[in-house]
Ligand binder design. Structure first.
Ligand code: UDX
Length: 481
């Protein structure tokens, strides 16, 4: 089939490449010329494991192309996916639908009879009906269907989630559109993926409800973490025990700094805003608490960090491990890690941030922070190491080798994924959200700066940047040490 995909961000670019990979001819469209040039040149504008390979394969096959011309795209295909962003509005909790509306207006004059518009963007319930009305106004004689097919892909697993989703949901009033979508997704459906046909409103709501449920689950365990902190209980054991009950399940029950990114925070807010418009705000008022509990984790982390450096950040050096909103992504939108780093810096600390892939985006978002090329550089002379994004490589840090790099061997694990027993046995003072305080194994006194700082196991591989001695010299001069 011949498809177009409007919007080539995380969702659209991956969707376009995956649709070409299952055999369709696809044109990706975006107003951003730079993005289109990078995709057409096989250079993904974002980090997403497995995407580059799919992009290379599908561009080489000739089934995937990119353009900035909506007219050319509209003339190419009959099924048009809308994959543009729907960020939070600046003046309210509602979703900003200007991107979606702009695509509809750009497409409308060029739509061919029998065409199908398929929304994948996350939108407030009622949007598909509004779009159908708009098309009827703009093109009264055109025989065009509208369907909503929400996307559930997770960043970091986008290719896998597109090709093997847990379910495909299609909401439309048209049986012709339903059939077209079944044909379009046939290669995926053959693998046993459930196809749920419904009305547009339910399809739109499934996505908002799924993300709200996931957010509520995370905030639930984080609320329990705070209760654990007040009682000496251990939230990790609590989560394990809760997760053994199949009615609850262990996934999305990882306590820590909470959720961020371009979806969960804005989707719960958009649902509350839409519920208010519909007069059912009381029904979802618990989502305000979900949001507040989530923000609270960031403040709790800052408070605990302040306590660990002696009550004031002034003159302290804090090393932050992680900038992305989650591992396997370079996305820093509403990143809890960057938010905490920026707050601590505002409160007087010198903050050095490391992230395996998100540094460029982090620099754009928070240019006043200091950024390190590796963990050693971030931690050199640190009074506190903060673990804020649970990249697997941070779990492989050798705390015994990191200890001589820092000034005070204290670590706060705000993601609960480090082996704190190992850190303690290497002489570190350790703290984590929702876990009882444990005494270090050896004396954990502050020590003077040593030079040069040794590299940290597995984290300063050759070829990743300047060598450790250079970095240490750079770090020392940059910080006036
Ligand atoms: C989410 C949904 O999972 C996906 O289905 C939807 O299509 C888009 O929104 P994503 O934003 O990529 O995906 O991230 P997700 O994996 O859901 O994680 C969201 C945030 O929650 C991250 O900041 C993550 O660190 C945090 N999280 C997740 C926790 O704090 N605890 C957990 O147990 C799980």
């Amino acid at each position: 089939m011949r498809l177009t995909v409007f919007g080539t961000g995380y969702l659209g670019a991956v969707h376009a490449a995956c649709m070409a990979d299952i055999g369709h001819e696809v044109v990706g469209v975006d107003v951003d010329e730079e993005k289109i040039a990078s995709l057409a040149g096989c250079r993904p504008p974002f980090y997403e494991p497995g995407f580059q390979e799919t992009l290379v394969r599908t561009l080489d096959s000739g089934r995937l192309r990119f353009t900035t011309s909506p007219a050319a795209a509209a003339q190419f295909g009959d099924v048009h996916f809308i994959c543009v962003g729907t960020p939070q509005r600046t003046d309210s909790f509602g979703a900003d639908l200007r991107g979606v509306d702009a695509v509809v207006d750009a497409l409308a004059p060029h739509l061919r009879p029998g065409g199908l518009i398929v929304g994948k963007s996350t939108v407030p319930v009622g949007t598909a009906c509004r779009i159908a009305r708009r098309i009827r106004t703009l093109r009264p004689a055109a025989d065009v269907d509208v369907a909503w097919n929400p996307e559930f892909l997770r960043e970091g697993f986008a290719v896998q989630d597109t090709l093997r989703p847990h379910r495909l949901v299609v909401g439309t009033e048209s049986s012709r559109a339903d059939l077209t979508m079944r044909r379009l997704y046939a290669p995926i459906l053959r693998a046993g993926v459930p196809f749920i046909s419904t009305d547009p409103a339910t399809a739109e709501l499934v996505k908002m409800a799924a993300n709200s449920f996931l957010a509520a689950k995370i905030s639930f365990i984080n609320a329990m973490a705070e209760v654990c902190d007040a009682t000496g209980a251990d939230v990790m054991t609590l989560a394990e025990a809760l997760g053994c009950d199949p009615r609850i399940g262990r996934r999305f029950l990882s306590p820590g700094l909470g959720f961020g990114g371009g979806c969960l925070p804005k989707d719960i807010r958009a649902l509350t805003a839409r519920a208010e418009e519909l007069g059912v705000d009381q029904a979802v008022s618990f989502l305000h608490h979900v949001d507040a509990i989530n923000t609270r984790q960031r403040l709790r982390t800052v408070d605990l960090a302040r306590q660990l450096v002696g009550g004031s950040f002034s003159g302290r050096h804090v090393a932050v491990l992680g900038a992305a909103f989650k591992p396997n992504s370079d996305d820093v939108r509403d990143s809890p890690a960057l938010d905490v780093a920026a707050r601590i810096q505002r409160d007087g600390a010198q903050v050095w941030v490391h992230d395996p892939v998100a540094i460029d985006n982090a620099k754009n978002a928070q240019p006043s922070l200091e950024f390190a090329a590796d963990v050693s550089q971030a931690c050199h002379g640190a009074d506190l190491v903060l673990h804020l994004t649970e990249w697997q490589q941070y779990e492989r840090i050798d705390p015994a080798r990191l200890a001589p790099v820092v000034r005070t061997p204290t670590v706060l694990d705000a993601r609960n994924t480090l082996d704190l027993e190992l850190w303690r046995s290497a002489g570190w003072t350790t703290r984590a959200l929702g876990r009882p305080e444990a005494a270090p194994h050896g004396p954990a006194e502050s020590r003077p700066l040593r030079s040069p700082a040794p590299s940290v196991g597995g984290l300063s591989p050759a070829g990743e940047g300047p060598d450790t001695a250079e970095l240490v010299a750079y770090a020392r001069s940059a910080r006036g040490l």
